[in-house]
Design a protein around this ligand. Sequence first.
Ligand code: ME8
Length: 663
Amino acid sequence: MPKTFYLTTPIYYVNDLPHIGHIYTTVVADTIARAKRLRGFDVRFLTGTDEHGQKIDRAAKQQGITPKELADRVVGRYPPLWKAFDITNDDFIRTTEPRHHAGVHAMIARLEARGDIYKGSYGGWYCAGCEAFFPETQLVEGACPDQGHPVEWLEEESYFFRLSAYQQPLLDHYREHPEFIRPATRYNEVVRFVEMGLKDLSISRASLSWGIPWPGDAGHVVYVWLDALTNYVSALGFGSSDQALYDRWWPADLHLVGKDILRFHAVYWPAFLMSAGLPLPKQVFGHGWWLRDDRKMSKSLGNVVRPDELLARFGPDPLRYFLLREMTFGQDASFSDEGFLARYNADLANGLGNTASRVLAMARRYFDGKTPHERCTDNALLEKSREVTARYLESMDVYEFQRALEAVWELLAAVDGYVNEKAPWSLAKAEGNASPSLHRVLHNCLESLRLVAVMVSPVMPGVAARLLAQLGVVAPSLDEGALAWGGLPLDAPLGGEGALFPRVDVEAYFAEAKVETNDRPDTQKITIPAETPAAPAAATAPAAPAPESAPPVAEQVGIEDFARVKLVVGTVKLAERVPKSNKLVRMEVDLGEPQLRQIVAGIGKRYQPEELVGRQIVVVSNLKPATLMGVESRGMVLAATLPDGAPVLLAPGSEVPDGSGVK
Ligand code: ME8
């Protein structure tokens, strides 16, 4: 019987479209799933969506649609997204599915049977962003301490869970299972939090109707976190008449979550499970955050990354590689297109791509498009590969992806050094193409590349398959045995040619890519349009719901939101093109301030710099500075957008003093 491994991602809220954070957790989970399969495990991988609660209810109201309509629209985006990223999830659970409702009711029945639920009334500060209550003492400047979201006073009748009774059992569990929470720093945080004392938890809401009805009390819905956490067992049929999946897979081996929701998974969830008399998951890993400009990404800051353009241009593998290589797993890291492109060129185009094409080109030339017919079992690359594969496996087992990939790249560097040292071209010249030494030397290089392909396969499955095909490996096995030296077929035809990673001219990329300007429509203020999913649902995922046809209603903002944007009239004093860009223009603008303002705008296709000088324009003057193709822009010009996307600058109807405000 193969060993089993059940892993889960968080189920994502449907108040907004998926972004790089959701992609990250899911790509990491997929990499782990693939790496475990490589190790011979029978894997089950679950992801899904969290569709109830106040946050979704409000987002739907803002768009003038029902919460279910909003959920259906957003959920429809997931199957094509996960397909595009080569995600191999076995199941996709939605909390609006009947199987989940059954699981939640079964869970509540168990907590009740244990005597851990009672009715009371609650008054407290509620953060709809986190879907959690916070005691007044924990608020920071009147906002929620976790994310700085606004809080509101809520007072209502509620069902409570006796969380306080689980303080000591939880602490005992942490002590007996130090591997339960990872990384270790987060373990300490959770222990400290629980040691400070646990209050009973309100687990129903009376003032909300968007949720799972409380069993036997239509006046309440189930608190969204009790609802959501139960997905990990409801997806296995817990609460239904068929427990086969549950019996086979529970307890989970790994709940992968962001550090923002570690507490819910490491405190509330195990307490619920203890109360229900169910086994606890073996590990909860709280990974770090992707930051943008060193700040947390958030809808309200408008700095959320959706890497559509990078995905369209490069495909999934380079992005998957970047996400795993750039972030030390567990810590925070900064996302930027520049960082991605730098790694793409250095590690993928130069490193893996060049080494592979260099070695393959020689095999094509000397051996008539075939692999060598000699194998070599005693050489420097074999030694290195043994050391590297061992380090790779060890690092992958503890989720140190960065270290694992570093090890692989050491083997690539060793191949390069070996080629330089052995100079196969001299061997071919001196001894001819049939030279056994030449065959052995190139065998060592190609065999090392085969090992590299197997090792990168959990991270870059598509590229690994292409490289293996190029190496003449027809039916690649991606199990542990494939990591033993000697798997390269002898005298076999090499597969298709073509660079794995064509090098990118970074400057040209930014000159042409849409990412170059900050005056594109803010994708964060997005209303979620009804849209037919671009691709069919993954075979195992439930079909995406039928999209709705009601037109979206633009999100409404209060006057106080508008007042935060400072609009000012100014006169352009200087204008010139930004070198190497056909779109960007650098302007110096008199905003009535002591110094001229430098502003870069993507208007160069419609306007010549000369015609801009002397014109009055309207500028967002308190926009966070941004750097566009190396030039800092300290503001943004306002322009209307024609149907073809061309900008038309806005100006006051008649001349006004520079610095005049606009409202
Ligand atoms: O919290 N960097 O859903 P959610 C890295 N529904 N990962 C990020 C990230 C970032 N900047 N932003 C988000 C919820 N994530 C609940 C979960 S589970 C029973 C219920 C990832 O849509 C990370 O995994 O807000 C984080 O925990 C998750 O998305 C939050 O997704």
